[in-house]
Ligand binder design. Structure first.
Ligand SMILES: [Zn+2]
Length: 140
């Protein structure tokens, strides 16, 4: 599937940052669901690793959320997680564990807690491709 630009409404961007700050110093993770690159719903997921260096979703929770997304006629648009001690760029671990080439990976960095950068990537065959990401305001 060709990738469209990713559009995240400001309320979801704020929600991801709030989630990241709540779980700090551990990484947080979650799912952005929607259609055609436009996020319609955010799911906070448990990081079963509860670690500052990595994240892993609970397979049962992932399946439950996946079914709900599918039943809503949406797709998983992106997986998001936070980096509490590094940039908003996929780590070596992220590369190794990226098994969903059709899904974007959204990274939130808490290096700057006042204004945490959010970036989106495709990870395919060990290649990191940055995606265009628009964070929108009201009126869209
Ligand atoms: Zn990571």
């Amino acid at each position: 599937m060709a990738c469209e630009m990713l559009y995240i409404d400001q309320k979801y961007a704020r929600e991801m940052v709030a989630h990241a700050l709540e779980d700090d110093p551990n990484e947080c993770c979650g799912i952005l669901a929607g259609k055609k690159g436009r996020v319609q719903k955010l799911y906070r997921m448990a990081n079963v690793e509860a670690s500052p260096y990595r994240y892993r979703m609970d397979p049962q929770e992932l399946l439950k959320v996946y079914l709900e997304i599918d039943n809503s006629g949406w797709d998983i648009v992106a997986f998001y997680h936070s980096h509490t001690h590094s940039e908003a760029y996929p780590s070596a671990t992220d590369l190794r564990l990226a098994t969903w080439p059709e899904v974007r990976y959204v990274l939130i960095s808490l290096l700057d807690k006042e204004n945490p950068p959010i970036r989106a990537f495709h990870i395919e065959n060990g290649n990191i491709i940055e995606e265009e990401l628009e964070i929108g305001g009201a009126g869209r």
